[in-house]
Design a protein around this ligand. Structure first.
Ligand code: FMN
Length: 238
């Protein structure tokens, strides 16, 4: 019996140790494992998803310069069926508003003529004899580069062509535009906004430079011209 007791104690201790080990091991490992998993999930899913989303959004936002955004809009809109195009240049937004109203009235497609090198407020300072616009308007041979995407005039039969009056006539970038495209078979209708000057010789200047297209007499509008007023002008053109 005395011999059996140490053997039994040894067996009992071994059994206890084994039992303790098997209890504590999963307990110790499962809790941190769970925490680790959650942390990994949290780190690899939520923040990553948010980061990805944020990164994508930021990339999208920042990669879309006004020029690209305009081109994207243009491509989307020219996909719509219409034989009317409303192409315009607008340095400070006045002509753009009128162009949008003409597009709304006619169901036409909008195309914004953007300068490859945008005009800054210094550039637009007409009180400065050496500002970019003063120099450009004083030199009829200047052709500012267009930054907006190339346009296909195929399928268009009418082009409304809008611009602000600069020093009594069309900005030179309009000359770049009309020389770039072929208006064969297209009726071109110039329109402009200004402080007070009329459209003057802008239409005939551009018609001569284009050399193609049937050019109608253009018209000057106030920036706040209504759709109803534009509608009656358009009906009068027919
Ligand atoms: C460089 C420059 C020259 C201008 N020259 C004239 C002008 O000769 N006659 C006039 O009535 N307005 C003139 N303006 C005013 C613009 O024609 C007018 O503010 C126009 O509506 C601006 O259109 P936008 O916002 O589409 O650029 C001139 C503006 C600038 C920036």
């Amino acid at each position: 019996m005395k011999r059996i007791i140490p053997i039994l104690m040894t067996v009992l201790m071994f059994a206890m140790l084994t039992a303790c080990g098997s209890n504590s091991q999963p307990g110790t490992s499962s809790a941190p494992a769970e925490t680790t998993d959650l942390t990994a999930d949290a780190a690899s899913e939520e923040p990553e998803t948010m980061t990805e989303g944020t990164t994508e959004e930021t990339a999208e936002d920042s990669s879309l310069s006004s020029e690209e955004a305009s081109t994207a809009v243009t491509e989307a809109e020219t996909a719509a069926h219409s034989d009317v195009l409303v192409a315009f240049f607008s340095a400070t937004g006045t002509t753009k508003g009128v162009a949008e109203r003409i597009a709304s009235v006619t169901g036409g497609n909008l195309y914004e003529i953007l300068a490859a090198e945008p005009y800054s407020s210094d550039d637009l300072n007409y009180n400065d004899q050496s500002s970019r616009t003063t120099k450009e308007q004083n030199d009829k041979s200047v052709r500012p580069e267009i930054g907006s995407g190339d346009l296909s005039l195929e399928g268009f039969t009418t082009v409304y062509l809008g611009f602000p009056i600069w020093w009594g006539e069309e900005p030179r970038i309009l000359d770049t535009f009309v020389e770039k495209y072929n208006f064969e078979g297209i009726t071109v209708i110039p329109f402009c906004t200004s402080g007070s000057s009329g459209i003057g010789r802008s239409g005939s200047n551009m018609e001569a430079l284009a050399g193609t297209g049937t050019w109608l007499e253009g018209k000057r509008f106030d920036g706040d011209v209504t759709e109803e007023e534009l509608q009656s002008w358009i009906e009068g053109l027919k």
